[in-house]
Structure formats: C-alpha cells, structure tokens
Design a protein around this ligand. Structure first.
Ligand code: 5GP
Ligand code: MN
Length: 315
C-alpha cells in the first residue's frame, strides 16, 4: 500500500484505533498522523480515540488526540488501525460517513471490510506493518518513538512468540533515531503505580486454577475497582503475569464492565488458539493473545470458556 498515494487530494484525514487503546494502538495512530501530515502538508489530520492511558503522554501528538468525538463533518479518508472497524467505539460514525476507508491491522481475525485493506497477521504489532509501508525519508525521531513504543507493547519487549527476526531489524532501524529506549521501556511498559501493583497482587492472590492446573482465571469486580479507585487502564500486565505461572496453558483475566458483563483477556501457549476461543464469543485477536466481552455470572463465563479451551487441550 502506498500511504501517501491513498491520501492524495484529501483535505480532511481522520485516524482511529480500537476501544481501550493500548501501546500499539496509540503508537500506530500517532505515528500515522505525523507521517501523513508530513507527506500531505495541505491536509488536516486528526486522531480520534478514547482517552489513552497517560503513560503514553510522552508521544508526540498525544495532547491533540480528540476523545470527544464531537467532529461532525465527513472525512475524505478515514484510517482504522490495529483493529477491525467493528471495534472502534464512537468513531464508527466517522467510518460510516467517510468517503474512503482504509484499514491497516495485524489481527488474524480481521477479514478486511474497509475500502482499502492491509492486514498482516504474521506481524507482531500494527506498528511493524506501518513501518514497512512508510517511506523512510519521512521518518523522524518522533515517529520512530511512536512505532518503537507500539512494537515493545505488542511483543512484550520482543519477548513473545510474535517477535520475528524482521521485528528485531525494524527495532534496530528505529533505535538509530537515538531516543532514550531504556527509559521508554521502563516507564511505558514495566513501571506500575503503587495501586496498579496492589490490584495485580489482588488478582493473583485470588486467582483460581482449574483443568488440572492447566488454566487459571483472575477476576476483578466493580466493588474492588471502586475500593482501589482504579479503571481498566490499570489492569495492563495482569493477564501476562497469570500466564507466566508454571504449568499454565491458558490464562484468563476478566473484569466486570457492567452488571453480569465481563471483559475477558486470554493468553495461551501453543496448545490453545486464543483467537479461536475469543471468536466463539464475538471477540478476536491473535493465536496467543485474544479477548472478548461476555455476559453472565463469573461462573457462567468461566464455564463457557472452559468448554472451548478443553476442546483444544484434549486434542
Ligand atoms: P487484551 O487481552 O490485551 O485486551 O487483547 C489481546 C488481543 O486481543 C489484542 O490484540 C486485542 O486487540 C484483541 N482483543 C481483545 N479484546 C477483543 C475483542 O473484544 N474483540 C476483538 N476482535 N479483539 C479483541
Ligand atoms: Mn496491536
């Protein structure tokens, strides 16, 4: 895909990513916005996203992200990155009205329903997909930092199985721009606030193993969220911690979003395809990391998930 050609003649260009934006989503949106603005200086480029976690405020353009979704006029080109257009929340109005829609993603479950689509499921991060299609003369340290942030978040600092030799080469090219990468990794990925550490401790302490110790589930209900005064943005990393437990093939973390409704995160090893499990419940994602929203009591949800996990574990 030739990004700048696709934007040729466009006066208003909008960009969005998924609800509950994470590092790859924020990095992708902000990198793309800066790149397109440089390549199409005459266009008005804006990013529309739910308020991202403040830990990403070091990225250029973070302060200009619109989370009000008050803009009414249709976009000439509207980009959806790091997700299918079904998971963009309030931005769906922009998607529907846009003269041209472009979807750039790396999710296995993305079927490519926009006007122009580029989906690369073999890439660990959407920021990798973007890096490959960006003309290198337009890259600068600010764009590189956004892309670098996205890649470290979706690959767990190049640790998960979605990391490839090509990922490392892209990381090397980005490092050439000379930003303070150990600080970025520490402050945006590893560092947790005191209360985030407490809530993680709570989820781990109350987690339950089942299926002969091959699965584990941790849950935070709304009462606990109120007690610690935390929001879902504070739950990053909990499901990975559960997955790190010895003997676990499938880790589940869920939190209550409404009465009898849970947001579910899945992390699996090679024995379970997480995206397949999540897809049964209207969600999606990757082989080793996926998610969905489920209705019912905590036990209903765990029972329903178990059926599909067990089916794969027994094979
Ligand atoms: P997480 O568990 O970190 O929220 O998400 C893991 C992966 O699954 C991410 O790539 C995310 O985009 C995807 N994912 C999480 N929840 C959903 C969902 O409800 N629907 C879809 N399609 N993908 C999801
Ligand atoms: Mn991603």
């Amino acid at each position: 895909m030739d990004l700048l050609k696709e934007c040729q003649g466009a006066k208003r260009i909008g960009i969005t990513g998924h609800v509950r934006p994470d590092g790859d989503c924020v990095g992708s949106c902000l990198a793309l916005a800066q790149y397109v603005q440089k390549g199409c200086p005459q266009a008005q480029v804006s990013v529309h996203l739910e308020t991202p976690p403040p830990v990403f405020s070091y990225l250029k353009g973070y302060d200009q992200i619109d989370s009000t979704f008050a803009e009414q006029e249709a976009f000439d080109v509207f980009f959806v990155v790091d997700t299918t257009p079904e998971r963009i929340g309030d931005a769906c109005l922009y998607y529907e009205q846009a003269k041209k829609t472009i979807n750039i993603d790396h999710h296995l479950t993305n079927k490519g329903i926009a006007n122009v689509n580029l989906v690369c499921p073999n890439m660990g991060a959407c920021c990798e997909v973007l890096f490959d299609i960006m003309e290198k003369q337009y890259l600068d340290a600010d764009i590189a930092l956004c892309l670098y942030t996205g890649i470290i978040h979706d690959t767990g600092v190049c640790q998960y199985s979605n990391t490839t030799p090509a990922t490392m080469r892209r990381m090397a090219d980005l490092m050439e721009f000379g930003f303070d990468f150990p600080k970025v990794i520490l402050e945006s990925f590893y560092q947790k606030t005191y209360v985030q550490s407490q809530i993680m401790g709570r989820a781990l302490m109350e987690s339950i193993r089942f299926m002969d110790g091959k699965c584990i589930v941790g849950m935070i209900d709304r009462k606990t969220m109120e007690f610690y005064n935390v929001t879902p943005k504070d739950f990053d990393g909990i499901v990975n911690q559960l997955r790190n437990i010895k003997g676990i093939s499938c880790a589940i973390f869920m939190y209550e979003t409404d009465l009898l409704e849970f947001k579910v995160s899945l992390r699996t090893d090679e024995k379970v395809d997480a995206s397949k499990v999540a897809s049964y419940f209207g969600g999606g994602g990757h082989m080793r990391a996926a998610g969905c929203t489920m209705k019912g009591t905590f036990h209903d949800c765990v029972n329903n998930l178990s059926l599909h996990i067990e089916e794969q574990l027994m094979q």
